[in-house]
Design a protein around this ligand. Structure first.
Ligand SMILES: *Cc1c(COP(=O)(O)O)cnc(C)c1O
Length: 375
């Protein structure tokens, strides 16, 4: 059997054909495919505007440039990839790490307590962890009551819904971001996107994506003006051709992920392996996270990782608490009161979850897992 990773892309001939066609066209970058991809993503996500960029991290950076100023305080989650809170640091703002709830998402009730205590808090950066959609009623309440900016990191959540509200629709947020890294739902190799319903934010993002440069019809043909310090965070037409082709298949990818989740759920029912949440048709299942109380077993989490790797299965851990990373500790973080996150981190790991995982491979993963845990 081939190595089974925790996640991987699904590239087929139609994707390859789409890329080759663009390679043969006049535009390799900043041509028609970028706008086509942006429009398709906006339509899919029920949102007005979309800006595609070079990756999810640059999407977060541009979002932070628009939403934050130096010194601003931002509530965020320790349970994410580094990039979420790094983007707050990029612009000289200060993350404040808030504990999570048992489903892995930021605790929005604790966020409200913080907002009550400190009216200078500028924003909330929330992550729809594993594809589990953020509670839109709570986001709406916080946004309206406390006038905070809200960013939804939907890197895991394209295709997820909450009460019919799509991840990335910005129904109750200022900005959402997506990532198209190969482990995510759809891929452009590297790539990302920012969505918003604000025309003002949209126009700023377009300028910041390309060096802060502005060109208007009244200027001389060769003229452009740099009005802000921007970046080159553009995505190529080649990548967007791939993204468009992948987007056509997103619904079927998610349907397969849900099937896999259901199979895991039933295999773990009544066992020592506890799914992070039981089947949720609103989740887009980027990750399938389980919790195991290793203090009651003869095997440690480290041994589990090593022994599964020997069986050619690559489980993963999402995530090491960001506030406990050495760089963050040097900045004075790491001692926040986050008991739910701390316990979660002890117990969690992510099982293989991707559309190409076969039934046979999944059964092999389940069997191998129990063999090791029951030893
Ligand atoms: C993957 C990911 C990112 C960063 O995206 P890249 O495209 O890898 O830069 C940001 N946030 C979360 C939650 C992610 O999973």
């Amino acid at each position: 059997m081939n190595f089974i990773p925790y996640g991987k892309q699904n590239i087929t001939q139609d994707d390859i054909d789409a890329v080759v066609e663009t390679l043969k066209s006049d535009y390799l970058t900043t041509g028609p495919k970028v706008k086509e991809f942006e429009d398709a993503l906006a339509k899919f996500s029920d949102v007005k505007y979309c800006v595609a960029v070079s990756n999810g991290t640059t999407a977060l950076h541009l979002a932070s440039l628009v939403l934050l100023n130096k010194g601003d305080k931002v509530l965020t989650t320790p349970n994410s990839f580094l990039a979420t809170s790094n983007s707050i640091l990029y612009v000289g703002a200060n993350p404040i790490f808030v504990d999570i709830t048992k489903d892995g998402n930021i605790d929005l009730d604790l966020c409200e307590e913080e907002l009550k205590k400190d009216s200078t808090i500028k924003a909330i950066y929330a992550v729809a962890f594993s594809g589990n959609p953020l509670n839109q009623d709570r986001l709406k309440h916080l946004r309206e009551t406390y006038k905070v900016a809200i960013l939804e990191d939907c890197a895991h959540a394209i295709g997820a819904t909450y009460d019919g509200i799509k991840a990335g629709s910005c129904a109750n947020s200022d900005i959402s971001i997506f990532s198209f890294h190969p482990v995510k739902h759809i891929t452009t190799a590297e790539g990302g996107a920012i969505t918003t319903n604000s025309k003002e934010i949209y126009e700023k993002l377009l300028i910041l994506r390309a060096h802060g440069m502005v060109k208007t019809p009244d200027m001389k043909p060769w003229e452009y003006e740099m009005r802000e310090l921007g970046y080159n965070y553009r995505i190529t037409d080649i990548q967007c051709a791939l993204g468009l082709s992948q987007l056509n298949k997103l619904e079927s990818f998610i349907a397969r992920r849900k099937e896999i989740a259901k199979t895991y759920d039933s295999a773990f029912k009544g066992t020592i392996v506890k799914p992070l949440y039981t089947f949720d048709s609103n989740s887009s299942y980027h990750l399938y996270v389980v919790l195991v109380d290793f203090t009651k077993l003869n095997v440690s989490k480290e041994e589990l990782f090593i022994q599964l790797r020997e069986k050619r299965i690559g489980i993963q851990l999402h995530y090491i608490p960001i506030n406990k990373q050495p760089y963050y500790k040097d900045l004075g973080y790491g001692n926040e009161h986050t008991p739910v996150m701390d316990k979660y981190y002890e117990e969690c790991f992510s099982l293989p979850m991707y559309p190409l995982l076969s039934d046979e491979e999944q059964q092999y993963v389940i069997k191998s897992l129990f063999e090791i845990l029951n030893a």
